[in-house]
Design a protein around this ligand. Structure first.
Ligand code: ADP
Ligand code: MG
Length: 335
């Protein structure tokens, strides 16, 4: 049922506030790991018993590591590095799942009018988030890269599964979507391995499977660098992703520049949003839209929501105001 193909994604499932009678609680199995440059924390509440939770988690981490090897743009032999290095000179054949993911990402870039843009790799490099850059990027150089919407210049060949670039001087950065896509893959992996009830915290993004002892899940939503909660969201199955400007940044001359870029300006987004959480039936959509809404600002996010109806959101503005989309307002409890 779950798919990362945007066109095939159903509107977000209606959240059920009703509780059913609970059965006796089992002790969950927990496992912590590090992959995709972030911590992943599994809590497995129930399985069909064919494999142990320990075996399942070990297999899941192996699967995630392989995916990271394909999608990272810092690893020299990843598919993304291969695309970035060669796609302007000649079409690059890619794995079918990577191909489909990139197509969905390009579609989401288009749908968000470039607020989410997987082709801002060169801008990310200039800002050097996560690296030890010594100087702030040059204004004039940044201006040259702004507003290009290069996702329109990715050419997909559906017969040969190749990706090419019809223009030079851009590169892919999947930092805003790879974790979400990995959550989709993880969900399928866990279900196929017999998991019937689980929560996975994937570097702050949350995947829920099944029910919480016969009831909905209660997920704490945070909005700042200290992870202080703004409220709790009652959800059934789905994916929660949060984009937060305070979490990753570089500092030049004592000024902090965060890692969520407005592709229209090539500068860190400054839309009045402090943190944006998105809930949907797809990890990829939740991840991409949390970034896109952060860039767009609350008014445009609402317009997008009214038009497409594919995801719910909780937005915390820089002044502390919390805005919750209509579809989940009854399930959100402010703290
Ligand atoms: P996090 O990775 O902290 O969960 P996001 O999902 O918002 O947060 O992803 C931010 C990362 O995505 C950045 O580090 C950068 O690599 C990339 N990125 C930044 N701005 C954009 C954007 N507007 N569109 C697509 N990718 C972006
Ligand atoms: Mg994101």
């Amino acid at each position: 049922m779950r798919t990362t193909h945007l066109t095939a994604v159903l509107p977000v499932a209606l959240l059920c506030a009703a509780f059913t009678a609970g059965c006796s609680a089992k002790q969950p199995y927990t496992h912590d790991s590090f992959t995709f440059d972030t911590f992943v924390s599994f809590t497995i509440y129930d399985t069909d018993g064919n494999s142990t939770a320990e075996e399942i988690c070990a297999g899941a981490v192996g699967m995630l590591n392989k995916l990271d090897d394909m999608l990272s743009r810092t690893k020299s032999d990843s598919e993304i590095t291969r695309i970035n290095g060669n796609a302007y000179s000649s079409p690059v054949v890619v794995d079918l799942s990577t191909y489909n993911m990139l197509k969905s990402c390009a579609e989401l870039s288009d749908l968000t009018d470039g607020a989410f843009d997987i082709t801002l790799g060169n801008i990310s490099d200039m800002w050097g988030i996560g690296k030890e850059n010594t100087a702030k990027p040059d204004d004039a150089e940044l201006k040259k890269l702004a507003g290009k919407q290069n996702y329109r210049n990715i050419v997909f060949d559906d017969e040969n599964y190749t990706v090419s670039f019809s223009k030079d001087s851009f590169s892919l950065d999947l930092g805003a979507a790879a974790k979400g896509y990995a959550m989709d893959m993880l969900d399928t992996y866990l279900r196929n391995s017999g998991v019937t009830s689980a929560v996975v915290d994937f570097g702050g993004s949350i995947l829920t499977i099944g029910e919480n002892n016969g009831e909905s899940w209660n997920i704490t939503i945070t909005a700042d660098e200290t992870n202080s909660p703004v409220g709790t969201l009652k959800t059934n199955e789905g994916y929660i992703a949060t984009s937060n400007g305070a979490k990753r940044y570089v500092e030049y001359d004592g000024i902090k520049y965060h890692h969520i870029i407005d592709p229209a300006t090539a500068y860190p987004a400054d839309s009045g949003i402090k943190s944006c959480t998105v809930f949907s039936a797809s990890g990829l959509i939740s991840d991409a839209l949390s970034t896109a809404f952060f860039v767009m600002g609350a008014d445009k996010a609402k317009e997008f929501y009214d038009k497409y109806d594919i995801a719910e959101y909780i937005i915390t503005l820089t002044d502390g105001t919390v805005i919750v989309s209509d579809g989940i307002s009854a399930d959100f409890t402010a703290l």
